[in-house]
Design a binder for this molecule. Structure first.
Ligand code: DAH
Length: 369
């Protein structure tokens, strides 16, 4: 090819390429265009390959003409690319735009479990009275669950508790001092092995709290407890709140005052409350607290078994032996303790007759609270 022929080809390629720019309307077509005209085997590159056949003097002229066309097309492409990508972005945002005339989405939202609601209500009553909240472990030693609470070994009161023992025994060792004091076995004189268990009540937390804190001590401890028991009103795992008030000059009058206030805050101001003598090894005297049946107002119905009263908590004056176990002088300090079942209160409050409903995670039940 002659120089003139190549220059003519370049000129016609320029005309073609500039003309084709108008039809570019997407980034994709822009890319194809680049390959077609400027790519490795594109039209312009093909023309430049034929430069080798020219007279050396002619090559620069033709080369410059080709480069001019290349630069012209490239600069046009740059501004075109900007315009096209702006348009594409606009299209995307338009597609994403919300139609505010459509009805909104409804999202399922979480809510508190009825047991948590009741537990929080109980906590807030005692927090207002100046009590603090304590926690203790679910896996306990025999020492904290029974012995320190004045349950002698082989005492029948232990049987009332339907204890779950955990396989094996935990030897007392410096590595597990939290299990309680080690006692040498009378025959071998080696530290005795302590049976581990799931706590049957939250009372062991009294002991843990009194070991760590000197009176005055006003505490409650909410938590899960475990017993070998399973029917419509008993579950193998349920929840209690333990309470303890130890100070100088605490009397049975304080116990009655605090617990009456508690019952009336939960179930209603005018509610009748009754204190009945009872036995728990860690208190003396011990009492059970009854409230007038919240369903029949004391007249007698199926729920209260006809006598008009419902037992809702256990309580008593902390036994001197318990205070001695935690090195608090019973001559200087006295206290009262109480324990209540959260499920029982929730069942009475909401009129629920099957304890298992709390654990079945049925949203139709849980959503009602
Ligand atoms: N721990 C007892 C139980 O689970 C409840 C109880 C009774 C706790 C009397 C107390 C108390 O602190 O004084 O059956």
């Amino acid at each position: 090819m002659t120089k003139e022929e190549i220059l003519a080809k370049i000129e016609s390629l320029r005309a073609n390429a500039v003309g084709a720019l108008d039809s570019l309307d997407s980034l994709h077509s822009l890319q194809e265009y680049k390959v077609q005209f400027l790519g490795k085997s594109g039209a312009l590159t093909e023309i430049l390959k034929s430069l080798g056949g020219l007279h050396p003097e002619d090559r620069p002229v033709v080369g410059q003409a080709a480069n001019r066309v290349k630069a012209e097309i490239e600069s046009k492409l740059v501004s075109l690319q900007e315009t096209i990508s702006l348009k594409e972005q606009q299209k995307q945002t338009e597609a994403k735009q919300v139609d505010i005339s459509l009805p909104g989405f409804s999202f399922a939202h979480g809510f508190r479990h009825p047991l948590r609601i009741v537990e929080e209500e109980i906590e807030s009553i005692f927090l207002k009275l100046g009590f603090s909240i304590y926690e203790g472990p679910d896996i306990e030693s025999d020492y904290y669950n029974f012995e320190a609470l004045n349950f002698p070994p082989d005492h029948p009161a232990r049987e009332m508790q339907d204890t779950f023992y955990i396989g094996g025994m935990a030897s007392h060792s410096p590595a597990s001092p939290s299990l309680g004091p080690a006692k040498p076995d009378p025959r071998s004189h080696k530290p005795v092995a302590l049976p581990l268990l799931l706590r049957t009540h939250t009372s062991p937390v009294q002991i843990r709290a009194m070991e760590k804190n000197k009176p005055p001590l006003y505490m409650i401890c909410p938590g899960a407890v475990y017993r070998h028991d399973d029917d419509v009103t008993h579950s193998p795992m349920f929840h209690q709140v333990e309470g303890l008030m130890v100070d100088t000059k605490i009397t049975f009058g304080d116990l009655k005052g605090v617990l009456t206030l508690f019952c009336q805050t939960i179930f209603g101001k005018k509610l009748k409350v009754r204190f009945r003598p009872s036995f728990f090894p860690f208190v003396e005297p011990g009492a059970e607290v009854d409230i007038a049946c919240v369903l029949c107002n004391g007249k007698g119905c199926r729920v209260c078994g006809g006598d008009g009263w419902l037992e809702i908590l256990g309580a008593g004056m902390v036994h001197p032996a318990v205070l001695e176990n935690v090195k608090i002088d019973p001559k200087k300090f006295t206290g009262f303790a109480f324990g209540l079942g959260v499920e029982r209160i929730a069942m009475l409050k909401y009129g629920i007759d099957d304890i298992r409903l709390f654990y079945q995670t049925d949203l139709r039940f849980l959503e009602q609270f």
